[in-house]
Design a protein around this ligand. Sequence first.
Ligand code: ZN
Length: 413
Amino acid sequence: MKSWNEVETPSIDSSISFPALNLTNSASGKKESIRRKQLYRMYVCGITPYDATHLGHAATYLTFDLINRYLTASGSEVRYVQNITDIDDPLLERANRDGVDWTDLAHQQIDLFRSDMINLRVIPPAHYIGAVDAIPLVTDAIENLSSKDSIYSVEHDLYFKVHADVQFGQRSHLSQEKMMEIFAERGGDPTRVGKNDPLDCLVWMSQRPNEPGWPSPFGTGRPGWHIECTAIAIKYLEPSPSEDALIDIQGGGSDLIFPHHEMCAAQAQMLAGKPLASTYVHAGMIGLDGEKMSKSKGNLVFVSKLVAAGRDPMAIRWALMKDHYRQDRMWTDELLVAAESELIALRSCLAQDDVAPTSDLIEKIVDALSDDLNTKGVISVLNTWVERTQSGDTGGDAQSLVRALDALLGIKL
Ligand code: ZN
């Protein structure tokens, strides 16, 4: 699948020193220093294309864009892969509900997502892979799992035995009761008769009446969600045999911790005999007016609608950075208005000939980002710099700050 257009990133002053990046690893629950390397492999779960791109999506992709930008600016290469679940129950349900063809709905939403990502200046993944295109990878992965006795059938559907991986549950740290509850809420089928274990997950679904299907060694059907990401990550990130884990960073919204990322990790462990990722990073959820933003509540705020209404995409980006990425938080119009006015003040300072000192400021921005992407701290030091410039402080280089803001924060002014 075509990724979105490249987002140009300026190079920044080579004299800037980058501390090691620290990120909170959901699997350990701790903030950990990311080992310095020349090449990082990062996989971020993409959208199911039927309601792109609400602010929860935007906050997630922004988080991983900041990681990508930091590691790249520090001189490393980031191999970045994202999937798109272009066949799944929610997509078919939405297309049915709205009386539209599911492929038309998917294509329309994927186009919208691409333009939203460009507007938000999110650097595209090197590989943007659709589930449909990944079917041969998925069937290979299922055959491999089957050869390790971790697949069984219920009627004509295939399931993965989650407990084939003895570490199942160790990345998400939930009780059995909680896993059962969340599994049912997020696409799982714990009560299906015939399963060995209620938490076993579907990897191949035989074709249902009036639903699409693709040929496979197991009959016509379609891939399960978790195996799609597992197979795509392992194929396109080209893991190195010398590394302890297949990839460096597995990411997404915190609603993917369980079951999605736990299932992917268990499948990868069985497929490759080692952990899927060294670090699992999860972005918090965005709510609206005191409530969780969700499809079922119908209170989603879309990037494309804000942009169509004339709101500055850079202010959307800035507003999402005003709190910590892991924090569940509320979106309000006041937040966006405040971001817009802070950006106006920043732009106006950067247009001046004399500005407050910038070297220290850029160093502080880098330090804050290295500390688990402390964007709240970044915005605070930038606002202080604006005040200093407004009160007549001089000695800085506005252009070097413009480049740093673009390269590190994706804020182009
Ligand atoms: Zn995924």
